[in-house]
Design a protein around this ligand. Structure first.
Ligand code: C2E
Ligand code: CA
Ligand code: CA
Length: 786
């Protein structure tokens, strides 16, 4: 029995390739694949039928044309050529007859010849018969035949008459005349017959030529078609082979797939499972071969979902088997009676997701919930209009701890503080609180009830007690600042509640008074006041509405003014503002850069004036804010200001605080070195307030230590202050630094400092900060009087 499938398959390839040759190579592959992929069998069959019909048509046409040519050639060769010959014979016959008759009439004596040649008058019956067969019922032929008969008869009569003795010339001439007429008529008919045959031959020739050129064309087309078809078949075989490899590879895909793949029938019985399923069962400590144990319990739900939607063939969902998580891709097979399931182990991804989500909501170091969670909780509580309390806790001087002791120490202390707060919150029965870590030094508390002051104070007391009883890392003395606000009294969203709590915290921190830890309307006033102050400061900066005062510094050995510290003064609404108040605010509001630039530039200008006045030994000290010093272009700025004002660098001193030089040590050392190279002097302000360790000083190339006023204030009464100041002075001596004590208000203080070997003093005792002119006069007077 013949198997048709391979034939049809090859025909499909053949046809698709024929079409493909029309669309080019890429088009070929796409079209071929599309046709087979879409399974449009009907289309393929139609194309197949058309091409087959065309093939048959070409073959039949060539065959028929061949036959036609053969027939025409046969006609030409056998019929027309012989007819032509026979007609010529007849013509010759007539000519011969005429010649003989003429000869007979002229050679009257040669009777023998006449008798022997009588044969020419016999009718050429054989020729006529053949012509009748060839030309059929032709009227001209009939006339010719009859004429020949008549000719023979008249010829015979003439010949008989000639032989008679009485034959006269007139009658003979009449006979000859008749014979001539008949012959001419016969010849004419013969000519028309020859013309007829000529026409036939011409037609036949034309038909043969047309037929031959048609056949040539068909053969040419057939040749081209064969070439195309061969090309197409070669291509088709190549694609077929490639497809075969693809199919083979695809068929191996599930078995080689490292992920579990299995199939279910319509009753969810497992019909196929790849080797990875066995490995997974083993990993899950499930019996090998029991692939149905890998099927999710909710599979029916997802199957129904797919079945309900005609446009959906697959879905994806996640589930857990024992300790592992999987992503399941469920595919419905075309008839929707079978299901393919592909499992991917997403346990690792899940773990990362869990970790990320934990990190998104928790502080990684303390494990406490973070600011994001706090903001969310506060927003939810505000939304529900439920009363609640919001608290802020901050480790005081944390940045100094960080810069002084390093990151490890700071982070250890921060964790210890977090533990203390957590422990107290957990055991605190008066209020139910949750604690959040907002980063480094800041923590927050939320109590989902509107706590009264008493409850808050007792909570703070417990924390304070625990803090004072805890020994922190490096024996660091932890001090916490607190600020509380309540919803809705002190704010109706996170931002306003945070601001209020922060205002309370700032106030309690600055006043050291724990009574201020809860926000009150006065603090709100303060917030508004600060806001206004910032606005006014902005305006004052743009109008250069500040003044610079000079506080003289006295050399204790010579009793001469060595220089002055420049202190900014701002008269706001006819009231002098303390720089201790507005400078930190300018730092907070981001105004310190522009204000600092103005101070530095104006100070140098004024210092240059002093030099011009002949006071070229005076050193003018300018306070530099830590933020200002930290800017990348600070060094360039100093350089530029000196060039711009023409102030010799030796006349400029910069006062920086300890925190500045400790923070970002490497960069600071480099900047200090460069400033030194410029010739600028460097002093450390408020010395002794920041760090217990003084060893760092050796690393920095500085000129002067300014002993903080807090040690000077009670030096005449406090032994402790005396010993601190003495130590600082000794240390300074060892490092060849100049020592200046600030805030000296009394003679006694001066005496003590002098006895300890302090080099210079600055303070109300000697002079208050003075306006420029007064300062000049002060110096000139002092110099003159000394
Ligand atoms: P500071 O640098 O420690 O300045 C010394 C402060 O002590 C000045 O306060 C000065 O007026 C005051 N003072 C001087 N002698 C005595 C005294 O004998 N007894 C007492 N009780 N105080 C004395 P002022 O001018 O109010 O400045 C306060 C702080 O403001 C300064 O402390 C400094 O940190 C900052 N500041 C002042 N002017 C500037 C400035 O131009 N730029 C920067 N960045 N900060 C400045
Ligand atoms: Ca200062
Ligand atoms: Ca100072």
């Amino acid at each position: 029995m013949i198997r048709f499938e391979p034939v049809i398959a090859l025909a499909q390839i053949f046809i698709t390739q024929q079409i493909a040759s029309l669309f080019g190579a890429t088009g070929t592959v796409i079209l071929l694949k599309n046709i087979f992929n879409q399974g449009s069998q009907t289309l393929v069959n139609i194309i197949f039928a058309v091409v087959l019909t065309l093939g048959l048509f070409v073959t039949a046409s060539v065959y028929l044309k061949g036959n036609n040519i053969a027939e025409n050639t046969q006609h030409l060769a056998t019929e027309y050529i012989s007819t032509y010959k026979l007609l010529n014979e007849l013509n010759n016959y007539l000519i011969e007859q005429e010649r003989f008759l003429n000869a007979t009439l002229t050679l009257e004596n040669s009777r023998d010849e006449k008798v022997t040649n009588q044969a020419v008058f016999q009718k050429p019956n054989k020729v006529i018969d053949t012509l009748v067969i060839n030309l059929g019922d032709n009227p001209s032929l009939k006339i010719v035949v009859n004429n020949l008969k008549e000719l023979n008869r008249v010829n015979s009569q003439l010949l008989g008459y000639i032989e008679k003795k009485d034959a006269n010339k007139q009658l003979t001439a009449e006979y000859l005349n008749t014979i001539s007429k008949i012959r001419i008529a016969t010849k004419q008919e013969l000519q028309s017959l020859i013309d007829f045959v000529d026409l036939k031959v011409g037609n036949s020739k034309n038909e043969i030529l047309t037929g031959v050129s048609n056949v040539k064309l068909f053969v040419l087309l057939y040749g081209i078609a064969t070439f195309i078809i061969s090309y197409v078949i070669v291509k088709a075989i190549a694609i077929f082979k490639a497809n075969n490899v693809d199919t083979q590879r695809l068929s191996l895909f599930p078995s080689r797939n490292p992920n579990p793949v299995f199939s279910l029938d319509h009753q969810n019985n497992v019909t196929y499972a790849n080797p990875a399923c066995g490995l997974l069962l083993k990993r899950l400590s499930l019996p090998v071969g029991q692939t149905h144990l890998l099927v999710d319990n909710n599979i029916k739900f997802y199957q129904d979902e797919i079945m309900a939607d005609v446009d959906t063939q697959s879905t994806s969902f996640e589930y857990q088997i024992n300790q592992l998580f999987f992503q399941c891709n469920l595919y419905s097979l075309e008839d929707r009676k079978e299901w393919d399931i592909h499992l991917t182990d997403i346990t690792a991804r899940k773990a990362v997701e869990k970790e990320l989500s934990y990190r998104a909501s928790h502080d990684p170091e303390t494990g406490l919930k973070n600011r994001y969670e706090l903001e969310k909780t506060v927003a939810d509580l505000c939304q529900s209009s439920q009363e609640f309390s919001f608290g802020l806790l901050e480790i005081r001087s944390f940045s100094q701890l960080l810069t002084g002791q390093g990151l490890t120490a700071a982070s250890t202390v921060m964790n210890e503080v977090a533990d203390v707060i957590r422990e107290i919150i957990c055991g605190f029965n008066v209020l139910e609180c949750s604690v959040y870590h907002l980063g480094e030094k800041s923590f927050a508390l939320i109590s989902k009830q509107n706590a009264n002051k008493g409850q808050i104070y007792s909570l703070v007391r417990e924390i304070e007690e625990k803090v004072s009883n805890t020994s922190f890392y490096c024996h660091y003395e932890v001090r916490l600042d607190y600020g509380f606000s309540c919803f809705p009294a002190h704010g109706n969203d996170y931002s306003s509640l945070h601001k209020s709590a922060l205002a309370a915290l700032d106030k309690s921190a600055s006043s050291e008074d724990k009574r201020h830890i809860v926000f009150n309307p006065e603090l709100g006033e303060r917030l508004r006041y600060q806001q206004q102050l910032i606005e006014d400061m902005r305006l004052a900066i743009s109008n250069a509405n500040f003044e610079l005062y000079f506080q003289p510094q006295l050399d204790l050995r010579t009793g001469k003014v060595t220089g002055a510290e420049v202190l900014i003064r701002w008269q706001r609404n006819a009231e002098w503002m303390s720089p201790a108040e507005f400078i930190p605010l300018a730092e907070k509001a981001g105004l310190i850069d522009i204000l600092g630039d103005w101070i530095l530039h104006t100070s140098c200008q004024k210092a240059r004036n002093l030099v011009d006045l002949g006071l070229e030994d005076l050193v003018i000290a300018v306070n530099i804010s830590p933020l200002q010093f930290g800017r990348k272009d600070f060094l360039a700025k100093v350089q530029h200001v000196l060039e711009d004002t023409g102030l010799p660098s030796k006349n400029l001193e910069l006062e920086i605080t300890e925190g500045v030089i400790i923070y970002n040590e490497q960069e600071t050392i480099a900047t200090l070195e460069s400033l030194k190279k410029l010739g600028v002097k460097l002093a450390i302000d408020d010395f002794g307030t920041g760090y217990s360790s003084l060893s760092y000083l050796k690393k920095f190339n500085i000129d002067k230590l300014k002993i903080d006023q807090s040690f000077v204030r009670n030096i005449q009464h406090e032994n402790a202050d005396q010993s601190i100041v003495r130590t600082i002075i000794e240390l300074g001596r060892n490092l060849s630094l100049t020592l200046i004590a600030e805030g000296v208000e009394e003679q006694e203080q001066l005496n003590i400092l002098k006895s300890m070997g302090c080099d210079e003093i600055q303070g109300y005792f000697f002079s208050r900060p003075l306006p420029e002119q007064e300062f000049i006069e002060f110096v000139q007077q002092q110099r003159g009087s000394y």
